[in-house]
Design a protein. Structure first.
Length: 287
């Protein structure tokens, strides 16, 4: 029986899983996180629910992406794209249901016979094919011979903060904020720092960044008291600055790599995942 491994449980990886499972192929999904969704992420706290990754799944040029989203019962159409229900982290859960999901498993090595080695020493496989749907710099760490120098990804500092006051969107955020968005539930906000501020402050601690950006946000809101909840998250590969401009890269025999970095953003991640799934499926007959 054909066995296919997918590394990464974000949009590209689960798009590939969805198409391969539909074609009758068993799929095992490996992801370093405890859940699924990648940057379609949600943080839950007493103060509320914060979509602290991508606020929406942006549309790509391919109309099939919208049809795929419409087929889900876990998202709503919003201007510019799609929003997960009940939170962003729930958007892709239906596509993972028929896979084997290995959570909290960071893959650091893939052998020539497509065996996977996890950071903690666990081994999986061999597999008949592998799809690697993680950020391009992490792909390059596993396959240093693959030329991904054309791809540029940028980090993002994100802070979640809540006060005892109603939250609303600020349409024109001042520096150093690239976006100020209301929390999904509760009276809080999610703020994303600009690319330049993030780069200048990349190695600061989460507590330092949380305190500074929450204080700046409080000033912006005219809030005199400190927040009752504040937390920071660093997305080291949060934005695609320059894509590969190909749907995927070939890393080895029957090993492909792709994601939003291949073509652009979340809608493009869907295109990359679908292209990888079609290429892999063409190699095998379904069971």
């Amino acid at each position: 029986m054909t066995r296919i491994a997918i590394i990464g449980a974000g949009m590209a990886g689960l798009t590939a899983a969805r198409h391969l499972v539909a074609d009758g192929h068993p799929v095992a999904v490996f992801d370093k996180g405890r859940g699924i969704g990648g940057r379609l992420a949600t943080r839950r706290a007493e103060a509320g629910t914060f979509d602290h990754g991508a606020p929406i799944a942006e549309r790509g040029a391919e109309t099939g992406f919208d049809a795929a989203m419409q087929g889900l019962q876990s998202c709503d159409a919003v201007p510019g794209g799609w929003r997960g229900r009940p939170a962003m982290s729930g958007l892709l859960k239906p596509w993972a249901l028929r896979t084997t999901h290995e959570a909290a498993t960071r893959i650091v090595e893939i052998s020539t016979d497509r065996r996977l080695v996890a950071e903690d020493g666990r081994r999986f496989g061999p597999f008949d094919a592998v799809i690697v749907a993680i950020p391009a710099p992490q792909v390059a760490a596993i396959f240093p011979h693959v030329d991904l120098r054309a791809v540029e990804m940028a980090p993002v500092w994100t802070v979640m903060a809540s006060w005892d006051m109603p939250a609303g969107e600020i349409a024109d955020p001042p520096a150093p904020f690239a976006a100020i968005l209301p929390a999904r539930t509760g009276q809080g906000y999610v703020v994303h720092a600009t690319q330049s501020w993030t780069r200048d402050n990349l190695e600061r601690t989460k507590d330092d960044v949380a305190d500074e950006l929450a204080n700046r946000l409080g000033t912006c809101l005219g809030q005199g008291s400190p927040p009752r909840h504040v937390a920071a998250h660093r997305w080291r590969f949060g934005r695609v600055v320059r894509p590969l401009n190909e749907p995927f890269a070939v890393c080895a025999e029957r090993v492909l790599a792709g994601g939003d970095w291949a073509l652009g953003h979340a809608g493009h991640a869907w295109e990359s995942g679908r292209a990888m799934a079609r290429t892999v499926a063409s190699l095998f007959s379904p069971r």
